[in-house]
Design a protein around this ligand. Structure first.
Ligand code: K7E
Ligand code: CUA
Length: 659
């Protein structure tokens, strides 16, 4: 125990010394770096870079190589800027089996693939805290779907993807009791399980569905990757805490010399499911789907999953011993090499998929882990990268047979060769890198050219901003033999994994407007002449239109304390980049940002008698500032008739009321 605590103290000290030592390290940037990242005004970037937001819960989009922030896509956290999670239409997106959840922790991203190459259709994102996977549509850059994962906690090894987007994955970081939940924490070994959920993706619509869940022994599934090429049909998960500790994991989960990489044969799993070997398990989770025609989400309750037990079903799961609590578990572009990164290991083991197949067929096992065969380490090992650095976390690959591993403690990226496992180069990162990313580096066809570092600590890199400093991304050229730092920029939230894709695979599919004639929102107002206000009991519905430069109606009277008012705002514009906003004084929610052709609804409950102004928040025209109006709120029981209108019609309440 002492030994481990001691080790952590030393590692901590190394990290902080690093912090000071690197103070003037900015000089490692060479003279031509600026020209390599300069994207002239009006010119487009070469790549889209999608970056996880960590505790921000969103996904941000940068252009590369410039590092310019293009957009923040609201995914797992409410976003008052756009009304995501506040508008009536979008609230169901953030619904879970436990009700509305306004925040999450977003770590990993996966772009959809066809034949092992990025196809630019969808981006998948995980939520760690309340286990979910989101699908983002890259035509609209909006969250199209969120699926909750039952029997899971800490959905960390997620949402990695297979080479034809057959499945995206969700693995539990926390083991939890499956079935009866009310058990002592100390009964971990008996009652707690980890689960690997395989989520199928419809080829046309992208719709997700939990195909099956594999119930594994209690341990922590950390990261995962799909096999590709020859290893297509397999999924690999890194694990820690195979000691099955339930307290002081810092010490108790570092006792064994080796944990495992779990190798799952998912083609076999499909056979078992087809043959009816799966068990149906009652549970509850929700599935939220955004409809682009109604401009609203529907949340559906699901009650069942199919589970598979690898202790009973043979040839489904194998365990590969891997040193020292591996974090990353990465498969190279050829599909032959599986790289495990033991956080406390002094080497990087590289496993061979063909040797794995061979060892399985020859039954070269060194034992069992809860009735699952454990392969002989030496029989599946391709080789070890010796003395690579301190604290390896993640590995990405280029198109020339090289691997790039991030080292948190020694704060560097190390380039090494996959064939001879020799170290070729190392560059410092500023500071304490977590993930790294080569565009397409997780596919069969890496784009190469750049490696990005996503760093946890920035210290002295930017102007101080109080106790909390930005995290950062750093761009390095990998075109030559040596890596070269080109640029760094602060990120939104804490970045973990990221993806990047050549711009042309996404750019031209990007939609510019929503067709107003296809708008099927039940509260759409088709044209200004249909604008109206209706009352049913205490509920008032305002059917409002927005077009440059007025909201219609812009005068509303006959609303009383105790009413609930729904503003359904339809943006009648059919021009690119002309959203309108809607905000009303003292609304206890957000604004709405309504895209051309879209309808969105803000719920507003008046809290006092008086005149309440509302206005458009997005500077849409020369007379944007005039795009405003008034709502009159009267005491309950006051004799104020319902009237609404704009211009002349305001003074004709009877005409308006008769509409
Ligand atoms: Cu940041 Cu992928 Cu959550 Cu490693 S994990 S750093
Ligand atoms: Cu519409 Cu400003």
């Amino acid at each position: 125990m002492k030994r481990f605590l001691g080790l952590f103290c030393i590692l901590g000290a190394v990290a902080s010394i690093q912090g000071c030592k690197m103070k003037n390290a900015g000089s490692v940037v060479e003279g031509d770096a600026a020209s390599k990242v300069y994207v002239a005004p009006g010119k487009y970037d070469e790549l889209y870079n999608f970056v996880s937001g960590g505790f921000n819960g969103q996904v941000s989009v940068y252009g590369l190589p410039s590092g310019r922030l293009l957009k923040i896509i609201p995914v797992f956290s409410v976003n008052p800027e756009s009304g995501y999670g506040y508008s009536e239409e979008s609230k169901p997106m953030l619904t879970t089996s436990q009700g509305f959840v306004p925040w999450d922790d977003q770590h990993h991203l996966a772009l959809s693939q066809t034949n092992g190459e990025q196809d630019g259709r969808w981006l998948f994102a995980n939520a760690n805290n309340s286990p979910r996977i989101a699908r983002i549509d890259l035509k609209s850059f909006r969250t199209a779907e969120i699926l909750e994962i039952p029997n899971s906690a800490g959905n960390h090894s997620s949402p990695f993807i297979t080479e034809n987007t057959e499945y995206t994955i969700a693995g539990t970081r926390f083991s939890v009791p499956v079935g009866n939940e009310d058990v002592p924490v100390s009964s971990f070994k008996d009652n707690f399980k980890s689960t690997a959920s395989f989520i199928s993706i419809d080829k046309e619509s992208g719709r997700m569905k939990i195909a099956f869940q594999i119930i594994l022994p209690g341990m922590d599934l950390d990261l995962s990757r799909a096999g590709k090429g020859p290893s297509h049909g397999w999924f690999f998960f890194s694990t820690y805490n195979t000691e099955q500790a339930h307290t002081l994991l810092e010490v108790n989960a570092s006792k064994k010399d080796k944990d495992y990489i779990v190798a799952v044969n998912w083609k076999k799993a499909e056979e078992y499911v087809k043959a009816g070997k799966g068990k149906k398990l009652k549970t509850s989770y929700v599935h939220n789907v955004w409809n682009e025609e109604t401009h609203s989400a529907v949340s559906t309750k699901e009650t069942e999953v199919i589970t598979l037990d690898p202790a009973e079903l043979k040839d489904l799961v194998y365990m590969i011993p891997c040193p020292k609590s591996p974090h990353g578990c990465d498969v190279d572009p050829s599909g032959e090499y599986i790289v495990g990164s033991g956080k406390l290991a002094a080497l990087i083991p590289v496993f061979s998929f063909s040797k794995l197949q061979d060892a399985i067929s020859k039954k070269q096992f060194e034992g069992e882990y809860h009735n699952i065969p454990v392969l002989d380490y030496t029989k599946v090992l391709y080789g070890e990268v010796q003395k690579p650095g301190l604290g390896p976390l993640h590995t990405e690959f280029d198109d020339k047979g090289n691997a790039y591993t991030s080292f948190f403690i020694s704060s560097e990226i190390v380039k090494w060769n996959l064939k001879d496992l020799k170290i070729l180069d190392r560059v410092p990162t500023f500071y304490s890198i977590g993930h790294l990313m080569v565009p397409g580096g997780d596919t069969r066809k890496p784009y190469g050219k750049y490696v990005m570092a996503y760093n946890k600590i920035t210290k002295d890199r930017y102007l101080p901003t109080g106790p909390e400093l930005a995290q950062s991304a750093q761009l390095y050229s990998i075109e030559g033999d040596k890596m070269k730092l080109l640029l760094d920029f602060p990120t939104v939230g804490e970045p973990h994994y990221a993806q990047a894709i050549p711009a042309e695979k996404v750019r031209d599919k990007s939609i510019k407007i929503f067709d107003i004639f296809k708008n099927k929102n039940p509260y759409v107002t088709m044209g200004e002449k249909n604008a109206k206000v209706t009352r049913k009991g205490n509920r008032v519905d305002v059917y409002m239109t927005a077009i440059r430069s007025h909201l219609n109606p812009d005068n509303i009277e006959g609303v009383f304390l105790g009413d609930t008012v729904y503003f359904h705002v339809t943006n009648l514009e059919q021009d690119w980049d002309i959203p309108h906003g809607f905000a009303i004084k003292h609304a206890a929610s957000a604004e709405l940002l309504i895209m051309p052709g879209e309808t969105a609804t803000l719920k507003y409950v008046p809290t006092r008698v008086g005149i309440v102004p509302f206005y458009c928040t997005d500077f849409c025209s020369a007379l944007h500032q005039e795009m405003q109006g008034y709502l009159r709120v009267s005491p309950r029981g006051a004799k104020v008739p319902l009237k609404f209108g704009i211009g002349e019609s305001v003074s004709a309440p009877t005409v308006a009321a008769a509409k």
